[in-house]
Design a binder for this molecule. Structure first.
Ligand code: FPP
Length: 240
């Protein structure tokens, strides 16, 4: 089906720990296999017409997890940035990151900057990882930036509209997601892209993230394609 393509898919990758528990494996193994699913979905997404993929990899609240788990996730991320750049180049993937990146260890910040620079001319899938991300903080920081620009006379408060706000978010330049997938059955948004998902279609699956293979991704896309998006209007739209 080439109709109703979800051009921008965002994913809340949840359930690594529960998957590991179910399999009697250490929690951290769940994150490791979760990393493999990240690679699988990045490889698969362009085949479904997807142009933007945004992944919730580490929330600002995740810093409160046990230090061992946090450092494991940081190591996983560091390893990913060291070893997957080549594949991203080969697959024409553009690497992008959002969140309060200054919270991350400096070595990782450098690797993120290098990844973004090296892939910036790639024209395929734009893969955005959210690290140390909080949507409320993103909106708060946008307000602060706009207030500062207004105080400096660079922004006329009267001219602030929805686009101005969007342009001050970490996601400036990215379209809003068409489809938001959450794995592991929880019916909540968990402080992810609150502004950006105003009209996004939601898809929640009971599968844990380490079980979210391309086949599961295909099911989510298919479910999206059967939906009728109205953007608050009553009449069905011919095209969106
Ligand atoms: C949620 O599972 C997942 C995370 C907090 C981290 C997501 C990270 C990955 C998928 C690892 C790969 C990342 C990169 C960049 C390679 P959970 O631990 O909250 O699971 P639980 O709710 O069952 O405990």
């Amino acid at each position: 089906m080439t109709k109703n393509i979800p051009y921008h898919v965002a994913i809340i990758m949840d359930g690594n720990g529960r998957w590991a528990e179910k399999k009697n494996l250490p929690r951290l193994r769940g994150h490791e296999i979760g990393g493999e699913r990240v690679e699988e979905i990045i490889r698969a997404a362009p085949g479904y017409g997807v142009r933007y993929l945004t992944l919730y990899a580490f929330s600002k609240e995740n810093w409160q997890r046990p230090p061992k788990e946090v450092s494991f996730l940081m190591d996983l991320l560091s390893h990913y940035l060291d070893h997957k750049l080549k594949e991203m180049m080969k697959n024409n993937v553009r690497f992008n990151a959002i969140g309060r990146l200054t919270d991350l260890p400096e070595t990782i910040q450098k690797k993120i900057t290098r990844g973004m620079n090296e892939t910036k001319n790639n024209t395929g899938l734009v893969t955005t990882f959210a690290f140390s991300y909080s949507s409320r903080l993103e909106i708060t920081e946008a307000c602060r930036k706009m207030a500062l620009e207004a105080a400096q006379g660079k922004l006329n408060p009267e001219s602030i509209d929805e686009k101005t706000v969007s342009d001050h978010l970490y996601t400036a330049g990215l379209p809003d997601p068409d489809l938001l997938i959450r794995t592991s059955g929880e019916m909540r948004i968990s402080n992810f892209l609150l502004w950006q998902i105003s009209y996004t279609e939601l898809y929640v699956t009971d599968k844990y993230w380490p079980e979210f293979t391309e086949e599961e991704f295909a099911k989510a896309v298919e479910a999206y394609q059967k939906r009728e998006r109205r953007f608050g209007r009553t009449a069905p739209l011919e095209k969106v």
